[in-house]
Design a binder for this molecule. Structure first.
Ligand code: C2E
Ligand code: CA
Ligand code: CA
Length: 778
């Protein structure tokens, strides 16, 4: 085939491909503004420019058939082909760089360009030394490839191929579509280049092969271009760390240089020098980018570290400092710094909010607590959340100033929370410890915590300044808790009974069971001290059960002896919250065969303030079994009347302090209150017991007020069971072998009309009841 014919074949091939590419790629690409679309348009442009160049050459050859026969003519044609191919390669290159899966950022593209140029220069140098420098090319071909307007387009093609190889090896999967487009673009560029070279040498086969390569490559680009949308994102980190291209470049140079020395005299022509210089720039540029990348990475990591360090010192929920943050401030600023006070702060009853309103509401309350803390502190003070509902504040202040700030905080924290979605009320307890009270930070934290615990024990919603004496208190508390655990097993507990007498006869009609603990080393520990410890340590359940068993056991004995008496036991409100409690009481009564009417459960009014509704339900259930309920220490709290309205009780026990405040002449501040309570009792049909009667004038006062029952040292201190028996026996002869018909003691009936309406049935087989055994069973 002649050049004439071959160019016609190449032209037809190219023309058909150009049409196909135009149609498919432009259709797929027509999405204005999209990077992929731009990439497709550029790819299509590259293929079209290359094919049109081939077409133009073919048309020239067809219209000027004499041109390929002269060397100059061939050079002109080849130069046209080379320029078109170079332009096409440029467009293809830009198009490829816009495809998904290829580095997207400007920096990434530049990096890819440098990597590609390293490969291209390495390979080109190798080919150059093997062909041009070692004299294997001659004549027109040598002349063509060494002229700039021919060699520059060839270099563009080499660069494109280099970049395609780099991008192809570094693209994340799935990448088949992209690799096919790369292959197509490469074939178009190489086809164009071979067309140009074959025009120079007038190789008809080469011309047809070049046309076919352009056609096949263009077809591939046209077909696979739209597939590139499914390509995975590029792995830029891989690009950054890769040195394969540099190695490839150096290998190319080593092989080329080796060839120069082996085949020639080591002389380098301007072409090889130019390629070497280009490779040097590419290597240096890449090096610089690597350094910049390194610096950027270092900066990024430093920022991240800063961010995470800050996060590690900040509480995620409230944005206050966390424990670690507070420790850091304490370590860096408090030791040897200005006077400071550490406040440990705990929310009273926060657990109830979480349990009853859910954790979301709990979290919102905590956030609000954090906000109020921050809003009520002075400049520089550091609020922190240590976990749960535990907060702390480091104040740069003297103790008296710190106490003022703490008062402000208490006030702010007791304001209602979330009035929009069901108001929540909270109070807080605060323990303050001056930085001077401790030699190191852990001790300071501990001191603040000790003060906080004392504040909680002393009634919550208050502030305590740390006092070294608190340490002793705390140690004693810990010892008590520890020892209390084994007190029942070691048989260290006893019950004392304090008589309740009817007025004015002073006849004992009931007793209150009071717990006594005698420890071999600690001595006698008062219930006022160990009961709160037991409650806090969760020991009150077993203790209460023991008391109930012992009291019922004793009562059964007295009843079997014929004494007309009832017994009251003190019950912790914590026990009453347990749904099983009512059944437990019924079981104990049954076990000792005691009528429920003979048992009084005393609940303390202050404790009652906790959860009124549940307590009311439980007391109603208890009363339904026949057990009676007494409201203890009535008048010592602050909302007695409101509670009385809602709580189902039978007996009111007037708090001892009201009696203490009643002066001998009856004009003391407590007197009117007692009077009111007694009348209230009458009006509501409740039995009233005045507690703590020590003086004769108090007894007289109570008699004048018509108070039916009284209890106090005046009538008998808490005493062992035998003493009670003696009192009962002295006041009325024991009723033995009671008849089945109801016979009641007048005094008892007078005192408790609604309940004791029948004579107690003597308990059977009381002697066989082993209360310890019963308790273990329970
Ligand atoms: P409480 O229920 O108010 O018991 C009455 C307390 O007042 C008893 O103190 C009693 O000894 C004392 N008392 C009685 N008459 C007089 C008097 O004329 N003058 C003075 N100054 N005091 C008098 P005690 O035995 O130390 O008990 C203290 C508190 O411990 C009780 O107060 C009660 O709340 C609690 N407690 C006692 N035993 C138990 C128990 O078994 N279980 C529970 N949960 N708490 C108990
Ligand atoms: Ca009591
Ligand atoms: Ca009491």
């Amino acid at each position: 085939m002649t050049t004439h014919g071959a160019s016609a074949v190449a032209a037809v091939l190219c023309f058909s491909v150009a049409a196909l590419v135009m149609f498919r790629l432009f259709r797929a690409a027509w999405r204005p503004g999209s990077a992929v679309g731009r990439g497709h348009v550029l790819l299509a442009g590259g293929v079209v420019v290359t094919t049109l160049t081939a077409l133009a050459v073919a048309i020239v050859v067809q219209t000027r058939p004499e041109l390929p026969h002269s060397e100059t003519g061939r050079l002109v044609l080849a130069t046209i082909a080379a320029c078109g191919t170079g332009l096409g390669a440029g467009a293809l290159l830009r198009g490829v760089l816009h495809l998904p899966g290829v580095a997207q950022s400007g920096r990434g593209r530049f990096r890819q360009l440098l990597d590609g140029s390293q490969l291209a220069t390495g390979t080109s140098f190798c080919i150059w030394t093997f062909t041009v420098t070692s004299g294997r090319l001659e004549g027109a071909l040598l002349k063509a490839v060494t002229t700039p307007y021919f060699s520059v387009p060839l270099a563009a093609t080499a660069l494109l191929v280099g970049i395609l190889v780099v991008a192809g090896t570094r693209t994340a999967r799935p990448r088949a579509g992209l690799l096919l487009v790369f292959a197509g673009a490469g074939m178009v560029a190489l086809g164009g280049a071979s067309l140009a070279l074959c025009l120079v040498t007038a190789s008809a086969t080469g011309l047809v092969a070049g046309g076919a390569a352009i056609a096949a490559g263009g077809g591939l680009v046209a077909y696979c271009g739209p597939l590139t949308e499914r390509v995975g994102p590029p792995d830029e980190a891989k690009y950054r760390s890769s040195i394969v291209h540099s190695v490839g470049c150096i290998i190319g140079f080593v092989v080329g240089a080796g060839n120069l020395f082996l085949t020639g005299d080591g002389w380098m022509d301007p072409g090889s020098v130019g390629i070497g210089v280009a490779a040097g720039f590419a290597l240096v540029g890449r090096q610089r980018m690597a350094i910049q990348d390194e610096r950027r990475a270092a900066r990024f990591f430093a920022e991240q570290e800063n961010k995470y360090r800050k996060m590690a010192h900040t509480d995620a929920l409230t944005q206050l400092a966390n424990r670690r943050g507070l420790m850091q401030v304490l370590t860096e600023q408090a030791v040897g710094g200005p006077p400071c006070v550490l406040a440990a702060l705990d929310l009273d009853g926060f657990k109830n909010i979480n349990d009853m309103r859910g954790h979301d509401i709990g979290d919102r309350v905590l956030v609000e607590v954090g906000r109020r803390l921050s809003a009520n502190l002075r400049r520089g003070d550091v609020p922190a959340r240590l976990g749960g509902d535990e907060f702390a504040v480091l104040m740069w202040a003297r103790p008296d100033e710190a106490e003022q700030v703490a008062q402000r905080l208490l006030g702010a924290l007791s304001e209602p929370y979330m009035p929009d979605t069901g108001t929540v009320f909270l109070s807080a307890s605060i323990g303050l410890a001056g930085c001077g009270t401790a030699n190191d930070i852990p001790t300071l934290l501990r001191n603040a915590d000790v003060a906080l615990r004392v504040a909680k024990h002393r009634g919550k919603g208050r502030i305590e300044q740390y006092d070294p004496a608190y340490d002793r208190l705390l140690r004693r508390r810990i010892t008590l808790e520890h020892e209390l655990r084994g007190a029942i097993a070691r048989d260290e507990l006893r019950l004392a009974f304090q008589p309740v007498v009817a007025l004015p006869s002073v006849r004992p009609i009931g007793v209150e069971a009071l717990l006594r603990w005698t420890h071999p080393e600690l001595g006698t520990v008062s219930p006022g001290e160990f009961i709160p410890v037991a409650e806090e340590a969760g020991l009150i359940g077993p203790l209460g059960l023991w008391v109930l068993h012992q009291a019922c056991h004793q009562l059964a004995q007295w009843l079997s002896d014929g004494h007309d008496v009832w017994i009251s036991v003190n019950v912790s409100v914590r026990d009453l919250h347990s749904p099983a409690y009512v059944k437990l009481v019924a079981d104990v009564l049954r076990a000792h065969q005691v009528p429920p009417q003979r048992l009084v459960i005393e609940v303390t009014e202050q404790e009652v303030a906790v959860d009124l509704d549940e307590l009311a339900r439980r007391l109603t259930e208890l009363r339904a079994t026949g057990v009676r309920v007494a409201l203890d220490d009535f008048g010592a709290g602050y909302s007695s009347l409101g509670q009385l309205h809602r709580l189902p009780v039978d007996i009111l026990k007037i708090d001892r302090n009201l009696l203490v405040e009643s002066a001998p002449d009856g004009r003391g501040s407590g007197t009117p209150f007692i009077d009111v309570v007694v009348r209230l009792g009458h009006r509501l049909g409740l039995t009233v017991v005045a507690e703590g009667v020590e003086e004769v004038h108090q007894r007289r006062l109570l008699e004048e007020m018509d108070c039916p029952l009284a209890q106090g040292n005046l009538f008998g201190r808490p005493m062992p069971a035998e003493h009670v028996e003696a009192m009962l026996a002295a006041s009325a002869p024991p009723v033995r072998a009671l008849p089945a018909s109801p016979v009641s003691s007048p005094s008892t009936l007078l005192a408790l009309p609604p309940v004791i309406d029948r004579v107690p049935q003597p308990a059977h087989k009381v002697g066989q009841v082993d209360s310890a055994h019963e308790m273990r069973n329970a």
